[in-house]
Design a protein around this ligand. Structure first.
Ligand SMILES: [Mg+2]
Length: 117
């Protein structure tokens, strides 16, 4: 998995280097680009009801796929620029979430949420 991610990152870095875009890939700009791409993903779902959002058509799914890829690329690049090992950081965060939310606590929160709907 790490090799696949490293390969994607290197290909993306090469893409930006060849175009002289690397100078713009600062943590600030990359974090903003990441947010913009997340917004582009949300735009696909905007104004859809719950049923429509759960059953995207082929065109909508293709659009979502592209935005998710954009998000992934910016997330990878931002992590790289900041010197953060994305896989390691993700494992650590998952461990932290497991510690913070026991199964019992998580289920109680889910019940609370269901009762508000
Ligand atoms: Mg996009």
């Amino acid at each position: 998995m790490k090799n696949i991610i490293q390969n994607i990152l290197e290909t993306h870095k090469q893409f930006t280097l060849e175009r002289n875009w690397d100078r713009f890939q600062t943590p600030k700009n990359l974090s903003m680009a990441l947010s913009v791409e997340a917004s582009e993903l949300m735009e696909i779902f905007m104004w859809l009801n719950e049923k429509q959002a759960n059953t995207l058509n082929e065109q909508q799914l293709n659009a979502a796929s592209e935005e998710i890829a954009d998000i992934f690329l910016y997330l990878l690049r931002l992590s790289d620029v900041l010197g953060i090992d994305l896989i390691d950081a993700t494992h650590k965060k998952m461990d932290k979430n497991i510690e913070k939310y026991s199964v019992e606590k998580g289920r109680a929160l889910a019940e609370e949420l269901i009762n508000t709907l």
